[in-house]
Design a protein around this ligand. Sequence first.
Ligand code: NAD
Length: 363
Amino acid sequence: MAYSVTLIPGDGIGPEVTEATRRVLEATGVVFNWEIVYAGAGVLDKYGTPLPDYVIESIRKNKVALKGPVTTPVGTGFRSVNVALRKGLDLYACVRPCKFYPGVPSTYKDVDIVIIRENTEDLYIGIEFEKGSAEAARLIKLIAETKGDAVRVDSGFSLKMISETASRRIVKFAFEYARTYQRTKVTAIHKANIMKFSDGLFLAVAREVAKEYPDIEFEDRLVDNMTMQLVKRPQQFDVVVAPNIYGDIVSDLCAGLVGGLGVAPGANIGDDMAVFEPTHGSAPKYAGQNKVNPMSMMLSGVMLLHYLGELKTADKLEKAIAEVIAEGKNVTYDLKPDTAAEPPVGTSQVADAVIRKLKELST
Ligand code: NAD
């Protein structure tokens, strides 16, 4: 059986890590019909938008996409392609596993945390009122009338909103994920002591949903305490569910705990479709140099195989990547602390090494 998958190479380092990942996925023996579509600054002139409709239509049709990072153009007035994709397709759950692989230079050796981040609302909803605008003035007036509080007239606004609907489905997603992957604990993070009507609602819903899953331990943490606990004793955490902004920040923190962005995969998942992409961005300063680590994207490919139900192949590809890391020979600069002793290899050489390893594991 062949799988039709939308392939978005992205820009910056995107095309290099995407090509490396396409090659290793094909080397697993699973057959893919790639539908290659382009998004980002490179298509802006041609389509007048960094996210042409045909990209969205392709994902709607194929239900699965593998995506390289895309630069957010600064000063064009366009929203981030990544945010628009997640919102446009209602890919409400961002799943970011942060797992230590032996051989990765890292302070911690036994971390295996999965961050489940709400993707569609909170401060990232994009409803903002500029300082000095008529809308900002109306809002300042409304606040004064309803709350009696004076807001500085030179304020700008970015609205934070959290709904019961989005909170319920993301917390349920986290518990279902824990069950599927035999994980034992879900931790919800929030700042409900301060933001009672947004984070407070998220927490109340999380507590309610947790009662439906008595087989899985539930706890909650204030986000500031959580960041300290993650640095002090990350081993105590398993699945972490978070509103959008805390999830964004904490997932980068957790990527740092296991060795950095080069080994941090991700997926954006909705009810019937999913886009798999690395946690890192387009790192423009390294573009076209065959230098960066493709493993974050390859591990996103492992998640894609899982999603397609190709579980044994997913495990084999993860094992091949893990062994290449553990051997420490064919890895990029970020996984070689002492590059003077042994030079790192390039992006495409990492793919070659993983493909050789896949062949070894098959014999
Ligand atoms: P970035 O992740 O692109 O790069 C930050 C640094 O991390 C790099 O300079 C590099 O040192 C390191 N790094 C990143 N990926 C690596 C890899 N594969 N191997 C080794 N080292 C790696 O973050 P940024 O510089 O803040 O963002 C650059 C652009 O990417 C921005 O336009 C941003 O909006 C965009 N972005 C896109 C996505 C996405 O497409 N999902 C995600 C994050 C950022």
